[in-house]
Ligand binder design. Structure first.
Ligand code: PLP
Length: 377
């Protein structure tokens, strides 16, 4: 198999699986229990929280575990709106957020919030100036993702944070860093008040994420779940110790080799880019600043057919975001492409195990697909 869908999910390696098995078996205690087995689970949880927080560059107490990136996004946005409820109902976000943010914002607009959806330019870029022009007195939340999951564009989150400060805006800044955490340097999204993470994009298991909340706002955050008071009373529910152990182990493994991984994925991306662009008609979409994502189009060759054809040969790529399951993607639509270009859009994404030979197989298969069919008019 040739796997080129690391932006959709990543494989769990043996050390990560072993950490999870330990948490499910020998260390199966409930972290709230008051005997040694419970204490051991509590200590493990504290060490795991410290590992993820350390890689993010925050204090362990600033990090709250959740069940996924989607949950982190939903919680962050609802909590920020609750916090700003006496100041206004204006939200600034982008038209190219992941559905976890976009669909919530659309629903909030139906509930009576005023949402500004910033449009990217034709290369997928969003600028801090766009955010600045959209800001108002009653803006309570700016939510801009750190790396776009379909195009690989890196958005200027740190610059937006500085801008909000310079403008003395009281709007909170949330960033969905699911495709950025340990995939691009952390400076890219420094300064956000709320940061969403997910484990399964970096070698951890599915079904666990985290939300960073800046110290200044923690005491004012509205709990996501009421109950037994776990996660400092903000997200009750017995901690998913095995999922969290897997998340933390994936972070340790990746953080230890981060610069090698980033250099390697960037090299694979550059090689794939050069080879794919040699295919007649193939165009690059977006601005692939993140080293793990490349978005392309083969106009006249619907990507659904390409994905199926390559899939049958054991080559896994994605027609836009995996979350769209064949429907035209809102990100590709926002790039204002022709119908043929939009229909031909596909994403390849890279990881530490991607080898040059894999890229050769991918490029040969895309070229063979093109050569074996008539383009659709
Ligand atoms: N945000 C982005 C940018 C993503 O790419 C994804 C996953 O595709 C998510 C959020 C959702 O994360 P999860 O699958 O953990 O809910």
């Amino acid at each position: 198999m040739y796997y080129f869908d690391y932006a959709a999910t990543t494989p769990v390696k043996p050390p990560v699986a072993e950490a999870m098995v330990r948490a499910l078996t020998a260390e199966f205690g409930n972290p709230s229990s008051q005997y040694p087995l419970g204490r051991a689970a509590r200590d493990r949880l504290a060490a795991d929280r410290a590992a993820v927080a350390g890689a993010l560059g925050c204090r362990p107490e600033d990090l709250f575990f959740t069940s996924c990136g989607t949950e982190s996004d939903n919680w962050a946005i609802r909590a920020a709106l609750h916090l700003g409820r006496h100041r206004g109902k204006h939200i600034v976000t982008t038209a190219v957020e992941h559905s976890a943010v976009l669909e919530l914002c659309k629903s909030l607009a139906r509930e009576g919030y005023d949402v500004t959806f910033l449009q990217p330019d034709s290369r997928g870029r969003i600028t801090a100036e766009q955010v600045e022009s959209a800001l108002r007195e009653d803006t309570v939340l700016v939510s801009v993702m750190a790396v776009n999951n379909e195009t690989g564009n890196v958005y200027p989150v740190a610059e937006i944070a500085r801008l909000l400060q310079a403008r003395k805006s009281r709007a909170l800044l949330h960033t969905d860093a699911v495709q950025a955490f340990l995939k691009v340097p952390g400076e890219a999204f420094r300064g956000a008040d709320l940061i969403s993470l997910s484990a399964h994009k970096i070698g951890g298991p599915k079904g666990v994420g985290a939300l960073y909340a800046a110290p200044a706002i923690q005491s004012k955050l509205v709990p996501l779940l009421y109950g037994g008071g776990q996660e400092r009373g903000l997200r009750s529910g017995t901690e998913a110790t095995a999922q969290i152990a897997g998340f933390a182990e994936a972070v340790r493994q990746r953080a230890a080799r981060l610069s090698n991984i980033l250099t390697h994925t960037a090299a694979m991306q550059a090689y794939a880019r050069e080879r794919l662009l040699a295919i007649p008609g193939l165009k690059l979409l977006g601005t692939p600043e993140a080293p793990h994502i490349l978005c392309c189009t083969l106009p006249g060759y619907p990507s659904q057919n390409l994905v199926e054809d390559l899939g049958a040969q054991g080559i896994c790529i994605s027609a836009g975001s995996a979350c769209h399951r064949g429907k035209p993607s809102h990100v590709v639509a926002a790039l204002r492409l022709s119908k043929k270009e939009a229909a031909g859009a596909f994403r390849v994404s890279f990881g530490e195990d991607t080898a040059k030979e894999d890229v050769d197989a991918l490029c040969a298969a895309v070229e063979a697909h093109r050569a074996s069919r008539f383009p659709m008019l």
